[in-house]
Design a protein around this ligand. Structure first.
Ligand SMILES: Nc1ncnc2c1ncn2[C@@H]1O[C@H](COP(=O)(O)OP(=O)(O)O)[C@@H](O)[C@H]1O
Ligand SMILES: [Mg+2]
Length: 511
Protein backbone atom coordinates (compact mmCIF):
# COMPACT_ATOMS: atom_id res chain seq x y z
CA UNK A 1 0.00 0.00 0.00
CA UNK A 2 1.34 3.47 -0.79
CA UNK A 3 2.00 5.93 1.99
CA UNK A 4 -0.93 7.91 0.59
CA UNK A 5 -3.13 4.88 0.97
CA UNK A 6 -2.25 4.79 4.64
CA UNK A 7 -2.96 8.46 5.17
CA UNK A 8 -6.22 8.19 3.24
CA UNK A 9 -7.41 5.84 5.98
CA UNK A 10 -6.73 8.34 8.77
CA UNK A 11 -9.78 10.50 9.49
CA UNK A 12 -11.10 12.79 12.16
CA UNK A 13 -13.95 11.55 14.36
CA UNK A 14 -16.25 14.05 12.58
CA UNK A 15 -15.29 12.70 9.14
CA UNK A 16 -15.79 9.14 10.32
CA UNK A 17 -19.22 9.88 11.65
CA UNK A 18 -20.42 11.08 8.20
CA UNK A 19 -18.64 8.24 6.39
CA UNK A 20 -20.34 5.66 8.58
CA UNK A 21 -23.81 6.98 7.79
CA UNK A 22 -23.29 5.73 4.21
CA UNK A 23 -21.99 2.38 5.42
CA UNK A 24 -25.01 1.90 7.66
CA UNK A 25 -27.39 2.61 4.78
CA UNK A 26 -25.56 -0.07 2.80
CA UNK A 27 -26.27 -2.42 5.77
CA UNK A 28 -22.63 -2.93 6.56
CA UNK A 29 -21.68 -4.16 10.04
CA UNK A 30 -19.38 -1.57 11.60
CA UNK A 31 -16.79 -2.75 14.14
CA UNK A 32 -14.93 -0.39 16.45
CA UNK A 33 -11.66 -1.10 18.28
CA UNK A 34 -10.00 1.37 20.57
CA UNK A 35 -6.67 1.50 22.39
CA UNK A 36 -3.28 3.16 22.87
CA UNK A 37 -1.34 0.80 20.56
CA UNK A 38 2.03 2.15 21.74
CA UNK A 39 4.35 -0.25 19.92
CA UNK A 40 2.18 -2.33 17.61
CA UNK A 41 2.85 -6.04 18.18
CA UNK A 42 1.60 -9.41 16.88
CA UNK A 43 -1.00 -9.59 19.69
CA UNK A 44 -2.59 -6.37 18.41
CA UNK A 45 -2.48 -7.54 14.81
CA UNK A 46 -4.25 -10.81 15.61
CA UNK A 47 -6.78 -8.92 17.74
CA UNK A 48 -7.56 -6.48 14.92
CA UNK A 49 -7.87 -9.24 12.30
CA UNK A 50 -10.19 -11.14 14.64
CA UNK A 51 -12.24 -7.97 15.12
CA UNK A 52 -12.54 -7.43 11.38
CA UNK A 53 -13.87 -10.98 10.95
CA UNK A 54 -16.84 -9.98 13.13
CA UNK A 55 -18.16 -7.47 10.58
CA UNK A 56 -17.59 -5.59 7.34
CA UNK A 57 -15.88 -2.37 8.25
CA UNK A 58 -13.19 -2.02 10.93
CA UNK A 59 -12.65 1.37 12.54
CA UNK A 60 -9.82 1.86 15.04
CA UNK A 61 -9.45 4.85 17.33
CA UNK A 62 -6.18 5.49 19.14
CA UNK A 63 -5.87 7.31 22.46
CA UNK A 64 -4.60 10.89 22.15
CA UNK A 65 -1.09 11.44 23.60
CA UNK A 66 -2.43 13.68 26.37
CA UNK A 67 -4.74 10.91 27.63
CA UNK A 68 -2.16 8.11 27.63
CA UNK A 69 -1.80 7.40 31.29
CA UNK A 70 0.94 4.81 31.57
CA UNK A 71 3.50 6.83 33.49
CA UNK A 72 6.49 9.00 32.57
CA UNK A 73 7.99 8.47 29.13
CA UNK A 74 4.75 7.14 27.61
CA UNK A 75 3.54 7.06 24.96
CA UNK A 76 6.85 6.18 23.34
CA UNK A 77 5.25 6.68 19.91
CA UNK A 78 3.15 9.79 19.31
CA UNK A 79 -0.48 9.63 18.20
CA UNK A 80 0.32 10.24 14.52
CA UNK A 81 2.84 7.40 14.36
CA UNK A 82 0.47 5.12 16.26
CA UNK A 83 -2.40 5.96 13.89
CA UNK A 84 -0.15 5.41 10.87
CA UNK A 85 0.99 1.99 12.07
CA UNK A 86 -2.61 0.86 12.56
CA UNK A 87 -3.62 2.28 9.17
CA UNK A 88 -0.91 0.18 7.51
CA UNK A 89 -2.75 -3.02 8.44
CA UNK A 90 -4.82 -4.57 5.68
CA UNK A 91 -7.72 -5.43 7.97
CA UNK A 92 -8.24 -1.84 9.09
CA UNK A 93 -10.55 0.38 7.06
CA UNK A 94 -10.28 3.67 8.95
CA UNK A 95 -8.29 5.11 11.85
CA UNK A 96 -8.87 8.20 13.96
CA UNK A 97 -7.07 9.80 16.86
CA UNK A 98 -9.72 9.83 19.56
CA UNK A 99 -10.93 13.15 20.96
CA UNK A 100 -11.72 11.92 24.50
CA UNK A 101 -9.98 9.91 27.22
CA UNK A 102 -12.13 6.78 26.71
CA UNK A 103 -14.15 5.34 23.83
CA UNK A 104 -17.49 6.20 25.44
CA UNK A 105 -18.10 9.47 23.53
CA UNK A 106 -16.69 7.89 20.37
CA UNK A 107 -19.18 5.04 20.57
CA UNK A 108 -22.06 7.49 21.09
CA UNK A 109 -20.99 9.49 18.02
CA UNK A 110 -20.09 6.67 15.66
CA UNK A 111 -22.78 4.21 16.76
CA UNK A 112 -20.89 1.06 15.68
CA UNK A 113 -22.64 -2.33 15.68
CA UNK A 114 -19.84 -3.99 17.61
CA UNK A 115 -17.26 -2.75 20.09
CA UNK A 116 -14.43 -5.27 20.20
CA UNK A 117 -11.93 -5.60 23.05
CA UNK A 118 -9.22 -8.14 23.87
CA UNK A 119 -9.92 -10.96 26.31
CA UNK A 120 -7.99 -9.18 29.09
CA UNK A 121 -10.99 -6.86 29.45
CA UNK A 122 -13.44 -9.72 29.96
CA UNK A 123 -12.89 -9.40 33.69
CA UNK A 124 -14.31 -5.86 34.02
CA UNK A 125 -12.94 -5.52 37.55
CA UNK A 126 -9.38 -5.56 36.27
CA UNK A 127 -9.78 -2.35 34.30
CA UNK A 128 -8.42 0.20 36.76
CA UNK A 129 -10.00 3.19 35.02
CA UNK A 130 -13.42 1.51 35.00
CA UNK A 131 -13.65 2.88 31.43
CA UNK A 132 -14.82 -0.49 30.12
CA UNK A 133 -18.09 -0.30 32.06
CA UNK A 134 -19.08 3.09 30.66
CA UNK A 135 -18.02 1.97 27.17
CA UNK A 136 -20.19 -1.10 27.56
CA UNK A 137 -23.26 0.89 28.51
CA UNK A 138 -22.54 3.32 25.63
CA UNK A 139 -22.48 0.50 23.05
CA UNK A 140 -25.73 -0.89 24.45
CA UNK A 141 -27.37 2.53 24.33
CA UNK A 142 -26.68 2.79 20.58
CA UNK A 143 -28.11 -0.70 19.97
CA UNK A 144 -24.75 -2.46 19.54
CA UNK A 145 -22.91 -5.00 21.65
CA UNK A 146 -19.47 -5.69 23.08
CA UNK A 147 -17.43 -8.65 21.83
CA UNK A 148 -14.18 -10.04 23.24
CA UNK A 149 -11.59 -11.61 20.95
CA UNK A 150 -9.93 -14.85 22.05
CA UNK A 151 -6.45 -14.07 20.74
CA UNK A 152 -3.58 -14.72 23.17
CA UNK A 153 -2.61 -11.53 24.94
CA UNK A 154 0.68 -9.70 24.75
CA UNK A 155 1.45 -6.39 26.26
CA UNK A 156 3.02 -3.29 24.73
CA UNK A 157 3.94 -2.19 28.22
CA UNK A 158 5.84 -5.42 28.91
CA UNK A 159 7.69 -5.28 25.58
CA UNK A 160 8.51 -1.60 26.05
CA UNK A 161 9.63 -2.15 29.65
CA UNK A 162 11.99 -4.92 28.59
CA UNK A 163 13.35 -3.69 25.30
CA UNK A 164 12.85 0.03 24.85
CA UNK A 165 14.57 1.75 27.75
CA UNK A 166 11.36 3.33 29.08
CA UNK A 167 12.90 3.02 32.54
CA UNK A 168 16.49 3.74 33.54
CA UNK A 169 18.57 0.48 33.48
CA UNK A 170 18.67 0.13 37.28
CA UNK A 171 14.87 0.51 37.42
CA UNK A 172 14.42 -2.13 34.72
CA UNK A 173 16.48 -4.63 36.72
CA UNK A 174 14.65 -3.75 39.91
CA UNK A 175 11.22 -4.08 38.27
CA UNK A 176 12.08 -7.41 36.67
CA UNK A 177 12.75 -8.80 40.16
CA UNK A 178 10.02 -6.96 42.04
CA UNK A 179 7.31 -7.94 39.56
CA UNK A 180 8.02 -11.62 40.25
CA UNK A 181 6.76 -11.18 43.81
CA UNK A 182 4.14 -8.49 43.18
CA UNK A 183 1.50 -8.67 40.47
CA UNK A 184 -0.01 -5.47 39.07
CA UNK A 185 -3.56 -6.54 39.95
CA UNK A 186 -2.61 -7.28 43.54
CA UNK A 187 -0.92 -3.89 43.83
CA UNK A 188 -4.04 -2.16 42.49
CA UNK A 189 -6.23 -3.97 45.05
CA UNK A 190 -3.81 -2.83 47.74
CA UNK A 191 -4.22 0.77 46.58
CA UNK A 192 -8.01 0.28 46.66
CA UNK A 193 -7.70 -1.07 50.19
CA UNK A 194 -6.34 2.30 51.39
CA UNK A 195 -9.95 3.54 51.39
CA UNK A 196 -10.38 1.95 54.79
CA UNK A 197 -7.95 4.44 56.37
CA UNK A 198 -9.00 7.59 58.20
CA UNK A 199 -6.14 10.05 58.13
CA UNK A 200 -5.18 13.02 60.24
CA UNK A 201 -2.68 15.33 58.50
CA UNK A 202 -0.76 17.79 60.67
CA UNK A 203 1.79 20.38 59.58
CA UNK A 204 2.37 23.86 58.17
CA UNK A 205 0.29 25.07 55.25
CA UNK A 206 2.43 26.70 52.58
CA UNK A 207 1.33 28.66 49.55
CA UNK A 208 3.98 28.20 46.89
CA UNK A 209 4.09 30.96 44.31
CA UNK A 210 5.96 30.88 41.05
CA UNK A 211 6.46 34.25 39.41
CA UNK A 212 7.67 33.37 35.96
CA UNK A 213 10.19 35.96 34.75
CA UNK A 214 12.15 35.95 31.54
CA UNK A 215 15.78 37.09 31.73
CA UNK A 216 16.40 40.19 29.58
CA UNK A 217 20.04 40.97 30.29
CA UNK A 218 22.42 42.65 32.65
CA UNK A 219 21.41 45.93 34.14
CA UNK A 220 24.00 48.51 32.92
CA UNK A 221 24.32 50.08 36.38
CA UNK A 222 24.12 46.99 38.61
CA UNK A 223 25.62 43.54 38.71
CA UNK A 224 22.24 41.88 38.39
CA UNK A 225 20.24 40.29 35.61
CA UNK A 226 16.97 42.09 35.07
CA UNK A 227 13.92 40.11 34.05
CA UNK A 228 10.50 40.63 32.49
CA UNK A 229 7.43 39.36 34.38
CA UNK A 230 5.47 36.79 32.36
CA UNK A 231 2.87 35.29 34.68
CA UNK A 232 2.20 34.05 38.17
CA UNK A 233 1.01 30.67 39.40
CA UNK A 234 0.03 29.64 42.94
CA UNK A 235 0.02 26.18 44.46
CA UNK A 236 -1.33 24.68 47.66
CA UNK A 237 1.91 23.37 49.18
CA UNK A 238 3.27 21.96 52.41
CA UNK A 239 0.73 19.88 54.33
CA UNK A 240 -2.01 21.08 51.92
CA UNK A 241 -0.29 19.22 49.07
CA UNK A 242 0.16 16.14 51.25
CA UNK A 243 -3.55 16.16 52.16
CA UNK A 244 -4.40 16.44 48.45
CA UNK A 245 -2.09 13.52 47.58
CA UNK A 246 -3.81 11.34 50.18
CA UNK A 247 -7.41 12.48 49.58
CA UNK A 248 -7.95 10.31 46.50
CA UNK A 249 -6.74 7.16 48.25
CA UNK A 250 -7.86 7.38 51.88
CA UNK A 251 -11.37 7.25 53.30
CA UNK A 252 -11.25 10.85 54.50
CA UNK A 253 -8.52 13.24 55.57
CA UNK A 254 -8.79 15.63 58.49
CA UNK A 255 -6.32 18.47 58.09
CA UNK A 256 -4.97 20.45 61.04
CA UNK A 257 -2.82 23.42 60.13
CA UNK A 258 -2.06 27.07 60.83
CA UNK A 259 -2.72 30.12 58.68
CA UNK A 260 -2.01 33.78 59.41
CA UNK A 261 -4.57 36.57 59.64
CA UNK A 262 -2.41 38.59 57.22
CA UNK A 263 -2.34 37.36 53.59
CA UNK A 264 -4.51 34.55 54.89
CA UNK A 265 -5.24 33.10 51.42
CA UNK A 266 -7.92 31.02 53.10
CA UNK A 267 -10.27 31.28 50.11
CA UNK A 268 -7.59 30.10 47.71
CA UNK A 269 -6.59 27.29 50.06
CA UNK A 270 -10.14 26.03 50.60
CA UNK A 271 -10.74 26.07 46.87
CA UNK A 272 -7.60 24.01 46.22
CA UNK A 273 -8.30 21.31 48.81
CA UNK A 274 -9.76 18.20 47.22
CA UNK A 275 -13.11 16.73 48.23
CA UNK A 276 -12.73 14.34 51.14
CA UNK A 277 -10.56 16.78 53.13
CA UNK A 278 -12.02 18.34 56.28
CA UNK A 279 -9.79 21.25 57.28
CA UNK A 280 -9.33 22.91 60.66
CA UNK A 281 -7.34 26.14 60.47
CA UNK A 282 -5.73 27.75 63.51
CA UNK A 283 -5.07 31.43 62.84
CA UNK A 284 -1.92 33.18 64.00
CA UNK A 285 -2.90 36.78 64.74
CA UNK A 286 -0.88 39.43 62.93
CA UNK A 287 1.23 36.87 61.06
CA UNK A 288 1.17 36.02 57.37
CA UNK A 289 0.11 32.62 56.09
CA UNK A 290 3.40 31.07 54.95
CA UNK A 291 4.01 32.10 51.38
CA UNK A 292 7.11 31.06 49.49
CA UNK A 293 7.45 33.22 46.42
CA UNK A 294 9.94 32.03 43.87
CA UNK A 295 11.05 33.93 40.81
CA UNK A 296 11.35 31.30 38.14
CA UNK A 297 12.76 31.27 34.62
CA UNK A 298 9.91 29.76 32.57
CA UNK A 299 12.14 28.05 29.99
CA UNK A 300 13.70 25.44 32.29
CA UNK A 301 11.88 26.27 35.52
CA UNK A 302 15.17 27.47 37.00
CA UNK A 303 14.53 29.16 40.33
CA UNK A 304 16.39 32.45 40.56
CA UNK A 305 15.39 33.90 43.92
CA UNK A 306 13.00 33.23 46.76
CA UNK A 307 11.16 35.52 49.16
CA UNK A 308 9.32 33.93 52.10
CA UNK A 309 6.47 35.52 54.04
CA UNK A 310 6.77 33.70 57.30
CA UNK A 311 6.61 34.06 61.06
CA UNK A 312 8.42 31.01 62.31
CA UNK A 313 8.56 31.75 65.99
CA UNK A 314 6.77 29.31 68.35
CA UNK A 315 2.97 29.49 68.34
CA UNK A 316 1.44 31.84 70.93
CA UNK A 317 0.57 29.79 74.03
CA UNK A 318 -3.23 30.22 73.82
CA UNK A 319 -3.28 29.20 70.16
CA UNK A 320 -1.11 26.18 70.92
CA UNK A 321 -3.47 25.23 73.78
CA UNK A 322 -6.46 25.32 71.46
CA UNK A 323 -4.67 23.26 68.82
CA UNK A 324 -3.60 20.69 71.44
CA UNK A 325 -7.16 20.37 72.73
CA UNK A 326 -8.39 19.77 69.20
CA UNK A 327 -5.66 17.23 68.45
CA UNK A 328 -6.27 15.43 71.73
CA UNK A 329 -9.89 14.86 70.63
CA UNK A 330 -9.08 13.93 67.02
CA UNK A 331 -6.02 11.71 67.42
CA UNK A 332 -7.80 8.56 68.63
CA UNK A 333 -10.29 8.74 65.75
CA UNK A 334 -7.68 8.28 63.01
CA UNK A 335 -5.79 5.24 61.76
CA UNK A 336 -2.86 7.21 60.38
CA UNK A 337 -1.46 10.48 61.65
CA UNK A 338 0.80 12.03 59.03
CA UNK A 339 2.99 14.81 60.29
CA UNK A 340 5.09 16.96 58.01
CA UNK A 341 7.02 19.29 60.21
CA UNK A 342 8.47 22.07 58.09
CA UNK A 343 10.11 23.61 61.15
CA UNK A 344 8.24 26.89 60.76
CA UNK A 345 7.02 27.05 64.36
CA UNK A 346 3.70 25.24 64.27
CA UNK A 347 4.89 22.06 65.95
CA UNK A 348 6.53 22.73 69.30
CA UNK A 349 7.65 20.27 72.00
CA UNK A 350 4.18 19.93 73.55
CA UNK A 351 2.62 19.03 70.19
CA UNK A 352 5.42 16.55 69.45
CA UNK A 353 4.82 14.93 72.81
CA UNK A 354 1.06 14.62 72.26
CA UNK A 355 1.43 13.26 68.70
CA UNK A 356 3.95 10.66 69.81
CA UNK A 357 1.80 9.52 72.71
CA UNK A 358 -1.63 9.45 71.10
CA UNK A 359 -1.27 8.60 67.41
CA UNK A 360 -2.33 5.07 66.47
CA UNK A 361 0.15 5.01 63.59
CA UNK A 362 2.50 7.97 63.36
CA UNK A 363 4.26 8.81 60.09
CA UNK A 364 6.69 11.73 60.33
CA UNK A 365 8.93 13.83 58.21
CA UNK A 366 10.78 16.82 59.57
CA UNK A 367 12.05 19.00 56.78
CA UNK A 368 15.34 20.76 56.54
CA UNK A 369 14.99 23.91 54.50
CA UNK A 370 16.63 27.31 54.15
CA UNK A 371 14.63 28.80 57.04
CA UNK A 372 15.45 26.16 59.65
CA UNK A 373 18.76 24.70 58.55
CA UNK A 374 20.00 22.41 61.29
CA UNK A 375 17.30 23.22 63.85
CA UNK A 376 14.51 20.94 62.70
CA UNK A 377 15.72 17.37 62.83
CA UNK A 378 13.76 14.13 63.02
CA UNK A 379 15.26 13.18 66.38
CA UNK A 380 13.12 15.88 68.03
CA UNK A 381 10.42 13.15 67.85
CA UNK A 382 11.09 10.52 70.51
CA UNK A 383 9.30 7.84 68.48
CA UNK A 384 7.38 7.21 65.25
CA UNK A 385 6.01 4.22 63.38
CA UNK A 386 7.12 5.44 59.99
CA UNK A 387 9.91 7.91 59.31
CA UNK A 388 10.55 9.14 55.79
CA UNK A 389 13.28 11.75 55.37
CA UNK A 390 15.76 12.63 52.68
CA UNK A 391 19.48 11.86 52.83
CA UNK A 392 20.67 15.36 53.84
CA UNK A 393 18.04 15.32 56.62
CA UNK A 394 19.19 12.01 58.13
CA UNK A 395 22.85 13.03 57.90
CA UNK A 396 22.13 16.32 59.62
CA UNK A 397 20.03 14.65 62.31
CA UNK A 398 22.79 12.17 63.14
CA UNK A 399 25.62 14.63 62.51
CA UNK A 400 27.23 12.23 60.07
CA UNK A 401 28.27 13.54 56.67
CA UNK A 402 29.91 10.53 55.10
CA UNK A 403 28.83 7.42 57.04
CA UNK A 404 27.16 4.43 55.43
CA UNK A 405 23.52 5.26 54.70
CA UNK A 406 22.28 1.83 55.82
CA UNK A 407 23.95 2.36 59.19
CA UNK A 408 22.20 5.68 59.55
CA UNK A 409 18.78 4.26 58.66
CA UNK A 410 19.31 1.49 61.20
CA UNK A 411 20.29 4.02 63.89
CA UNK A 412 17.13 6.08 63.35
CA UNK A 413 15.04 2.95 63.31
CA UNK A 414 16.49 1.79 66.63
CA UNK A 415 16.40 5.16 68.33
CA UNK A 416 12.83 5.98 67.26
CA UNK A 417 11.55 2.41 67.39
CA UNK A 418 10.11 2.65 63.91
CA UNK A 419 8.20 0.03 62.01
CA UNK A 420 9.61 1.37 58.73
CA UNK A 421 12.36 3.89 58.01
CA UNK A 422 12.81 5.32 54.53
CA UNK A 423 15.61 7.54 53.31
CA UNK A 424 14.76 9.21 50.02
CA UNK A 425 17.81 9.98 47.91
CA UNK A 426 16.72 12.30 45.10
CA UNK A 427 18.02 10.99 41.76
CA UNK A 428 19.29 7.88 43.56
CA UNK A 429 15.80 6.74 44.57
CA UNK A 430 15.13 5.48 48.07
CA UNK A 431 16.32 3.09 50.74
CA UNK A 432 13.78 1.42 53.03
CA UNK A 433 14.51 -0.48 56.22
CA UNK A 434 12.27 -2.61 58.40
CA UNK A 435 13.08 -5.49 60.73
CA UNK A 436 11.18 -8.09 58.73
CA UNK A 437 12.22 -7.01 55.21
CA UNK A 438 15.73 -5.74 55.98
CA UNK A 439 17.02 -3.18 53.49
CA UNK A 440 15.23 -2.54 50.19
CA UNK A 441 16.94 -0.19 47.77
CA UNK A 442 14.78 1.25 44.98
CA UNK A 443 16.25 3.19 42.05
CA UNK A 444 14.34 6.09 40.45
CA UNK A 445 11.67 5.06 37.94
CA UNK A 446 11.97 8.15 35.79
CA UNK A 447 14.66 10.51 34.66
CA UNK A 448 12.21 13.08 33.39
CA UNK A 449 12.51 15.83 35.97
CA UNK A 450 10.43 18.94 35.50
CA UNK A 451 10.46 20.17 39.09
CA UNK A 452 11.67 18.51 42.31
CA UNK A 453 9.67 20.70 44.67
CA UNK A 454 7.36 18.51 46.76
CA UNK A 455 8.93 15.21 45.62
CA UNK A 456 9.66 13.96 49.13
CA UNK A 457 6.20 14.97 50.34
CA UNK A 458 4.47 13.06 47.53
CA UNK A 459 6.64 10.04 48.33
CA UNK A 460 5.84 10.26 52.03
CA UNK A 461 2.09 10.88 51.67
CA UNK A 462 1.34 7.88 49.50
CA UNK A 463 3.88 5.53 51.11
CA UNK A 464 2.65 6.40 54.64
CA UNK A 465 -0.83 5.14 53.68
CA UNK A 466 0.70 1.84 52.54
CA UNK A 467 2.83 1.63 55.69
CA UNK A 468 -0.19 2.24 57.94
CA UNK A 469 -2.19 -0.35 56.00
CA UNK A 470 0.50 -2.90 56.91
CA UNK A 471 1.69 -3.55 53.35
CA UNK A 472 5.35 -3.72 54.39
CA UNK A 473 8.43 -1.62 53.71
CA UNK A 474 8.99 -2.91 50.18
CA UNK A 475 5.48 -2.11 48.94
CA UNK A 476 5.41 1.25 50.75
CA UNK A 477 8.73 2.30 49.23
CA UNK A 478 7.80 1.02 45.78
CA UNK A 479 4.53 2.94 45.74
CA UNK A 480 6.24 6.00 47.26
CA UNK A 481 8.88 5.93 44.56
CA UNK A 482 6.21 5.70 41.86
CA UNK A 483 4.51 8.75 43.40
CA UNK A 484 7.92 10.48 43.48
CA UNK A 485 8.46 9.74 39.78
CA UNK A 486 5.02 11.09 38.91
CA UNK A 487 5.54 14.18 41.04
CA UNK A 488 8.90 15.20 39.54
CA UNK A 489 7.19 15.17 36.13
CA UNK A 490 4.88 18.07 37.07
CA UNK A 491 5.40 21.71 38.02
CA UNK A 492 5.45 22.21 41.81
CA UNK A 493 2.14 20.97 43.25
CA UNK A 494 0.05 21.76 40.18
CA UNK A 495 -1.61 18.35 40.36
CA UNK A 496 -1.98 15.83 43.17
CA UNK A 497 -1.14 12.12 42.87
CA UNK A 498 -4.38 10.54 41.63
CA UNK A 499 -5.37 6.91 42.28
CA UNK A 500 -6.25 6.03 38.68
CA UNK A 501 -3.02 7.48 37.29
CA UNK A 502 -0.94 5.78 39.98
CA UNK A 503 -2.74 2.45 39.46
CA UNK A 504 -2.12 2.64 35.68
CA UNK A 505 1.52 3.56 36.20
CA UNK A 506 2.03 0.75 38.68
CA UNK A 507 0.34 -1.84 36.44
CA UNK A 508 2.37 -0.71 33.40
CA UNK A 509 5.56 -1.07 35.47
CA UNK A 510 4.71 -4.53 36.78
CA UNK A 511 3.74 -6.03 33.40
N1 LIG B 1 16.23 13.89 40.13
C1 LIG B 1 15.31 12.96 40.33
N2 LIG B 1 15.06 12.02 39.38
C2 LIG B 1 14.12 11.10 39.56
N3 LIG B 1 13.36 10.99 40.66
C3 LIG B 1 13.54 11.87 41.63
C4 LIG B 1 14.51 12.91 41.53
N4 LIG B 1 14.45 13.65 42.65
C5 LIG B 1 13.49 13.10 43.41
N5 LIG B 1 12.94 12.03 42.83
C6 LIG B 1 11.88 11.16 43.39
O1 LIG B 1 11.30 11.80 44.53
C7 LIG B 1 11.65 11.12 45.74
C8 LIG B 1 11.92 12.10 46.86
O2 LIG B 1 12.90 13.03 46.48
P1 LIG B 1 14.03 13.61 47.48
O3 LIG B 1 14.78 14.63 46.72
O4 LIG B 1 14.81 12.50 48.07
O5 LIG B 1 13.14 14.26 48.66
P2 LIG B 1 12.90 15.80 49.06
O6 LIG B 1 12.04 16.38 47.99
O7 LIG B 1 12.19 15.71 50.37
O8 LIG B 1 14.25 16.42 49.18
C9 LIG B 1 12.84 10.25 45.37
O9 LIG B 1 12.93 9.13 46.23
C10 LIG B 1 12.49 9.87 43.93
O10 LIG B 1 11.48 8.89 43.91
MG1 LIG C 1 11.42 16.80 51.86
Amino acid sequence: MSANGIHGKIKSIGELSSLLKGAKKARKTVVLCHGVFDLLHPGHIRHLFAAKRQGDLLIVTVTRDEFVNKGPGRPVFNQNLRAESIAALGCVDFVAVNDWPTAKETILRLKPDLYVKGQDYRDRKKDVTKGIRSEESAIRSVGGRIVFTEEPMMSSSRLLNEHFGVYPPAARDFLAKFSRGHAGDAMVSKLDGLKSLKVLAVGEAIVDEYHYCQAMGKSPKETIVSTRFVEEERFAGGILAAANHMAGFAGGVHLVTCLGTENSREGFIRERLKPGIRPKFFLRKGASTIIKRRFVDPAFLTKMFEVSYIDDKDLPRDLEDRMLEHLERELPKHDLVLVIDYGHGMIGPRTVDLLCRKAKYLAVNSQTNSANMGYNVITKYPRADYVCIDEPEIRLALRDRFGDIQDLARQVSKRMKTDITVVTRGHRGALAFSKDKGFVSIPVFSQTVVDRTGAGDAFLSVSALCAAAGYGADVAAFVGNAAGAMKVGTVCNRTAIEPVALAKYVTAMLK
